[in-house]
Write a protein that binds this ligand. Structure first.
Ligand SMILES: [Zn+2]
Length: 453
């Protein structure tokens, strides 16, 4: 009977509260779509500052700009959290040329770019084309003195391209050292993309210190296919010339804007993206979009005169692309200071139309979040699923803090066409798609702040 009474009292409350929430979220959405600043901020970040490789001079300009813009957006205070960062430089233009010993003995320049963290190397050697690591193991006795070319293609059957990226990523990240283990002198990888053009895509690789540090380069997809075909017909020699090196580690900052909570001020909600980018294009989708969406959420909460229960931190992380030092530092400091982290959200999948969120949290917490689906649906969210979290906030979800985390899921179809290339520029970002991402993020943050997890 008591239960029945409770249910009776609760049902109208759920309806009433959800209606209140729907009205508030619609107000935020209207304000973002009309008065949103994210697109203008992105224009400044991409066109006035440009790409922002960790430790480069534009990266430091972006830190100053981020601090000033978080203040403009309405942060109660902005903190610079110092961290030590790696200082990798490309050095010069990377070159890969193939000599094809057919009737004409052709020399062809390939569209290529050294992978991030790859060291300088000038090598000329025969090429062995491999489709995967299984083939590497089978043919390990043929590798010595050669350049290994991993031609592992994006799996086109995955509907979400991020799944294909996750699947193929190991060739870029670990391929060079796995080939060097068997005596390879250089490593080529097929760019991590499913596009139809010939643009090479850079991205992080990591050496295993047990093996020689051979140069590692990504090829455009058309050239990857061409080279693979040449290898199967004739003897092919490739000349690689790269110039990458590490300078001494240096200092940079995570930029943190805070909106103080008025009930549980010592409980934190984090929302963020990464301020650094690769040294190609303008880092517009990756992750300029995430940075300006994060700041847009702050702007709209202030515009609504919303006073959060919990302290909300808007974080522009340093060094996601080639080290993750910013994200690691943020979590280390949280552990050292025994901070309480209720939730963290990252957006680093491009500024495309939002489709939902992916969560790493308990089943019970996920169920609670899923009960809000109808509130988010009008703005493009149709899935609230288990799985995700961003790279920078990953360390917060580690064994000590176990913070529930999530990532925005923008439509993924076009992201890996431009990811880590010269084509990741402001012109490829659509204003409304970018702002709608911020609407969904603001709504989720509002609901978690109000109802907890
Ligand atoms: Zn990114």
């Amino acid at each position: 009977m008591k239960k029945l009474l409770l249910l009776f009292l609760l049902v109208p409350c759920i309806g009433f509260c959800q209606n209140q929430d729907a009205v508030f979220i619609k107000k935020m959405s209207d304000d973002i779509l009309i008065n949103g600043k994210a697109y203008e901020w992105l224009h400044h970040l991409t066109k006035k500052i440009g790409n922002r490789l960790t430790a480069s001079s534009p990266f430091y300009k972006a830190i100053d700009w981020g601090k000033a813009t978080l203040q403009v957006a309405g942060a109660d205070n902005v903190i610079l959290q110092e961290c030590t960062i790696p200082h990798w430089v490309r050095g010069n233009n990377d070159e890969v040329a193939v000599t094809y010993f057919n009737s004409k003995n052709q020399n062809i320049q390939l569209h290529a770019i050294a992978l991030g963290n790859s060291l300088a190397g000038k090598v000329k050697a025969a090429v062995i084309c491999l489709n995967n690591f299984e083939e590497l193991e089978k043919r390990k006795n043929e590798i010595k003195g050669k350049i290994v070319f991993f031609n592992y293609a994006f799996n086109q059957t995955y509907v979400e391209t991020s799944t294909a990226y996750g699947d193929a990523g190991k060739y870029r990240y670990t391929g060079a050292s796995r080939a060097a283990k068997y005596g390879a002198v250089g490593c080529l990888v097929r760019s991590l993309s499913g596009s139809t053009d010939n643009l090479p895509h850079t991205g992080a690789m990591k050496y295993n210190d047990s093996f020689p540090k051979i140069p590692a380069v990504a090829l455009g997809l058309q050239d990857a296919d061409k080279l693979c075909k040449m290898c199967s017909n004739n003897k092919v020699v490739v000349a690689m010339n790269t110039h990458g090196k590490f300078l001494k580690d240096t200092t940079a900052y995570n930029v943190i804007g805070e909106l103080k909570g008025n009930e549980n001020a010592d409980e934190l909600i984090t929302i963020g993206g990464h301020l650094d980018s690769w040294d190609v294009g303008e880092g517009a989708h990756d992750d300029g979009a995430g940075i300006v969406q994060t700041m847009e959420v702050l702007r709209v909460l202030k515009a609504m005169n919303y006073h959060p229960k919990h302290t909300i931190r808007f974080v522009l992380f340093a060094n996601e692309e080639n080290g993750l030092r910013g994200g690691v530092k943020y979590a280390d400091e949280a552990i050292a200071k025994k901070e309480k982290h209720l939730f963290a959200l990252e957006t680093d999948g491009g500024g495309f139309s939002p489709r939902g969120f992916s969560f790493k949290m308990s089943d019970e917490q996920l169920k609670k979040v899923q009960s809000w689906l109808s509130l988010l649906q009008p703005y493009g969210t149709h899935k609230l699923e288990a799985g995700g979290g961003g790279a920078d906030i990953g360390p917060l979800a580690g064994d000590i803090l176990k913070t529930p985390i999530a990532e925005l899921l923008p439509d993924s179809q076009r992201y890996f066409d431009i990811h880590h290339t010269n084509n990741d520029v402001f012109e490829t970002v659509n204003r409304r798609e970018l702002l709608l991402g911020a609407v969904n993020m603001a709504a989720l943050i509002y609901l978690i702040d109000k109802y907890g997890l």
